[in-house]
Design a protein around this ligand. Structure first.
Ligand code: TYD
Length: 197
């Protein structure tokens, strides 16, 4: 099973991923936790460029770098792990490209659809969306570390991201499970476990 976790900045993905990891370990189920961008040696270099607030990057360049990271991630981590029968949980995947580079940067959905179709990337079996008001998310994100190139974008940008994720959840109800990220972490984990496994 291939699972992605999505949401805006500060929505609590890392906490949920840690909880799922603990659960799978306790249940003795084989799994791999991974993330985008930056889970391979090529991806780590791309991540550095992508998050660096000193870089000015054309939206299409940004999109193509995200897809370069994704293809390497699929080849080197996701596909081999799935072939070994492991559950793969990725912290962000293609829905982040539709949100950030699509709704955020203004690239048309058709361009991203085209890349998805031409590269033949795998789609997750299940996607958990942690939905949160961006004002709360940005406050959480800015209180814990220095903001990166995406977190530094204005509130409007983050509002567009939230809408894009929610639109995707409506468009693909079979794949998406949306959870209110203002719930307590324990509740969120319980809901996720009960729906996923
Ligand atoms: P990261 O530090 O991993 O943050 P987060 O905890 O928010 O996931 O940063 C990854 C950033 O990359 C995040 O701001 C979202 C962005 N991103 C895109 O813009 N497009 C994508 O396709 C992906 C996978 C991530």
């Amino acid at each position: 099973m291939f699972i992605s976790i999505e949401g805006i900045e500060g929505c609590g993905k890392s906490t949920l991923v840690r909880g799922l990891s603990q659960y799978l370990q306790d249940e003795k189920i084989e799994y791999v936790i991974t993330k985008e961008p930056g889970s391979t040696s090529v991806g780590k270099i791309l991540r550095q460029i992508l998050l660096d607030k000193k870089q000015q990057i054309n939206p299409f360049t940004e999109l193509l770098l995200m897809f370069s990271d994704r293809l390497d991630h699929l080849d080197k981590v996701i596909k081999p792990s799935l072939e070994q029968g492991k559950i793969v949980i990725t912290d962000r995947y293609v829905d982040s490209s539709y949100a950030y580079q699509g709704a955020g940067r203004g690239i048309s959905k058709d361009v991203i659809d085209y890349l998805v179709n031409q590269t033949g990337i795998l789609l997750p079996d299940k996607t958990i969306l942690l939905d949160l008001d961006p004002e709360i998310g940005l406050k959480r994100a800015s209180s814990r570390n220095e903001l990166d190139r995406f977190e530094l974008e204005n509130l409007d940008f983050h509002k567009r991201l939230r809408k894009s994720f929610l639109d995707a959840a409506i468009a693909y109800p079979e794949r998406f499970l949306t959870i209110d990220a203002e719930e307590k972490p324990k509740e969120i984990l319980q809901i996720a476990i009960s729906k996923l496994f």
